[in-house]
Design a binder for this molecule. Structure first.
Ligand code: C5P
Length: 290
């Protein structure tokens, strides 16, 4: 078996441009990997039964271990790309040591799926490029291609069209997972025309990241899904406002929520905020940009 690290992501901007004919939404967002990560162990042995099989085990009791798990879908999609004559029937074994909060807007499931693609590519010596793995990833979920590469990128389309961004900003992220369950399709469905924009902020955010202008980065974080998520789940708004009052700085939602976060330029400031927030929220994570 070999191991791949699956990083969580935050959205530093998330602009929704509009609804598409295929049911998805056109988005424009800055995605940033953070060092909160799962460990994904991948093994592949010749199957004794003559047919391929995929088996998942996990330290988390919160996610299904069958074909509803994106890691399973990823393994299936990967095997389909390699001719059976070449690989023979395989028993694929996947173990997920879960640290990223489940169903939280941090792409935890997508990150595991991307780690399975990278892991199978290595263990089977398939020699696919990251671009080819991202192409398979796009068929699994909108966030999977980003998770194949990690780092920082502007994501467009439904999230699968990526423009890689390099910057040196290594801000600390204070990440909170409120105990609220949010369905991504429900939030997309609740968007109203006023939530859409024709003027995305990704380009400006990338420039600020490249300049390392911390206070302006904080001022420019946006999420076009926040209003709809907070309208559907007023608890998210209550948590956000209580956090802002506690640490005296703005707090933002990542993805379709419920994860809330803010940034700090130094470990000392970040730790002070984490300590204050632990007073009323159990799940608080101190992370750093990857
Ligand atoms: O691509 P993924 O499977 O993660 O998307 C889950 C759901 O979220 C989609 O079925 C769709 O309802 C919604 N979605 C969307 N626009 C996007 C991404 C996701 O409407 N850009």
């Amino acid at each position: 078996m070999l191991v791949e690290r699956a990083y969580a992501k935050l959205n530093l901007t998330l602009d929704v441009l509009g609804r598409r004919d295929d049911g998805y939404h056109e988005v424009d967002m800055v995605m940033q990997s953070i060092d909160l990560s799962d460990l994904v162990w991948v093994g592949a042995n010749r199957s004794g039964t003559g047919t391929s099989s995929i088996h998942i085990s996990s330290s988390s009791l919160q996610m299904p271990l069958d074909e509803r798990n994106l890691a399973y879908v990823a393994a299936e999609a990967f095997l389909k790309r390699i001719p059976l004559q070449r690989r023979g029937p395989l028993a694929v074994e996947i173990e997920i040591e879960k640290h990223i909060p489940v169903a939280a807007g941090m792409a935890g499931g997508s990150a595991d799926a991307a780690a399975v693609l990278r892991g199978l590519n290595r263990i089977l010596h398939t020699g696919m490029s990251l671009d080819e793995l991202a192409d398979i990833g796009a068929s699994i979920g909108s966030d999977v291609p980003f998770c194949v590469y990690n780092g920082c990128a502007i994501a467009r389309g439904r999230g699968e069209i990526l423009e890689s961004v390099s910057h040196e900003c290594r801000a600390w992220a204070i990440v909170v997972r409120p105990p609220v369950f949010i369905s991504t399709p429900d939030v997309y469905h609740a968007l109203q025309p006023g939530d859409f924009t024709t003027d995305p902020l990704s380009r400006a955010m990338v420039e600020l990241l490249q300049q390392g202008d911390f206070s302006r980065i904080l001022q420019h974080i946006t999420n076009g899904m926040s209003r709809a998520a907070e309208a559907l789940h007023p608890e998210v708004r209550a948590y956000r406002e209580r956090m802002e009052a506690t640490i005296s700085q703005p707090v933002f939602m990542s993805g379709s929520g419920p994860t809330l976060f803010t940034l700090a330029p130094s470990l000392r400031r970040a730790q002070r905020m984490v300590n204050a927030l632990r007073g009323f929220i159990r799940e608080v994570y101190l992370c750093r940009f990857v």
